[in-house]
Design a protein. Structure first.
Length: 325
């Protein structure tokens, strides 16, 4: 293949990658709608409201019926549901949690207006997003930089640091420093995420190591192709399906669910739980991130064994005899 042919192949390959990125990022955003979205309906007219919702939007909601408003609030605070409809005191009231998903909170507010028949429905935000980021825009935007910087760190470690032990030192340094700096910016400077600074920094550092470690680990285990596999997985699947700006149940399925098992999705869920919900529902995303880190360490170990220098073969017996003579 001459230079012109290689240039044409590179251009076509880049165009195909561009098409994949457009599909990965634009398709989920264009198909946001509730799909088995967990909400609660309580009160004397709960059954009637649930029937209306099922008839108007079949398959949109997964409805539970807590005993009363207090139980519904507890379910929201425990991240078991995204919101609740409370009946029995005039027009239905809607409880939302913009901290869990501003997009869902907006949809539930629209439902409240439809149920009440009034433009100003009774809506209460039980767990609100940060007052400096009421629409959750900054929160959603911070996941992509964590992913991109993690990919960059993994690529640099793969290309510049040959020894697996040294890569571990680099990953540790990146995770600790990156976590502290990122939360100093997000929480200290921009003030868009509440909660304990050190805990949030630890989460950010864990996310950074899970992404960068996967890139470095795959590269160490299978070669440079591992860089591309890991980077494209995080960027083209993990990030657009992370639900950082929406909710997993608003995305096309099964991709919304799959996204929660990749570091970007687990990161968004864990950060929400730690920052806004007093660690409620934090166990699952935490375990997922720890599994990714463990897998990265295992891949680095495989790479270390793969790249271990082979000891020289012993000299043949006849050669040793001649040398001795």
């Amino acid at each position: 293949m001459n230079t012109t042919q290689r240039a044409l192949a590179v251009g076509i390959g880049a165009a195909l990658l561009q098409a994949l990125m457009l599909i990965a990022f634009a398709w989920p955003a264009a198909n946001i709608e509730p799909r088995d979205l967990p909400i609660a309906v309580t009160g004397p007219q709960a059954a009637m409201v649930a029937d209306k919702l099922a008839q108007h939007s079949p398959g949109a909601f997964e409805i539970t019926n807590p005993a009363d408003e207090s139980a519904a609030r507890a379910a929201i605070e425990d991240r078991k549901v995204y919101g609740a409809i409370v009946t029995g005191d005039g027009a239905p009231r809607v409880l939302t949690a913009s901290a869990a998903s501003p997009a869902v909170a907006q949809q539930l507010t629209a439902i409240a207006q439809q149920l009440s028949g009034a433009p100003a429905a009774r809506v209460e935000d039980v767990v609100a997003a940060d007052s400096d980021d009421p629409r959750g825009s900054a929160f959603g935007a911070m996941v992509l930089p964590l992913v991109m910087s993690g990919i960059a760190a993994g690529v640099l470690l793969s290309l510049l640091i040959p020894a697996s032990g040294a890569k571990l030192v680099g990953l540790a340094g990146f995770g600790i420093t990156g976590g502290l700096l990122s939360m100093a910016i997000i929480q200290g400077w921009m003030s868009v995420v509440p909660g304990n600074y050190l805990v949030l920094a630890a989460v950010a550092g864990l996310v950074s190591v899970s992404v960068s470690g996967t890139v470095a680990g795959l590269s160490s285990a299978i070669g440079k192709a591992g860089i591309g596999i890991a980077a494209l997985t995080m960027l083209l699947i993990g990030n657009p399906f992370s639900a950082a700006t929406s909710a997993p149940e608003l995305l096309p399925q099964p991709w919304g669910a799959i996204g929660q098992y990749l570091p970007p999705g687990a990161a968004a869920s864990l950060l929400r739980s730690v920052a806004f919900f007093d660690n409620a529902a934090a166990t699952k995303p935490l375990v997922i991130l720890l599994i990714w880190v463990a897998a990265a360490l295992a891949l680095l170990a495989v790479g270390a064994l793969r790249n271990r220098p082979t000891p020289p073969a012993p000299a043949p017996a006849r050669t040793r005899e001649l040398v001795t003579a």
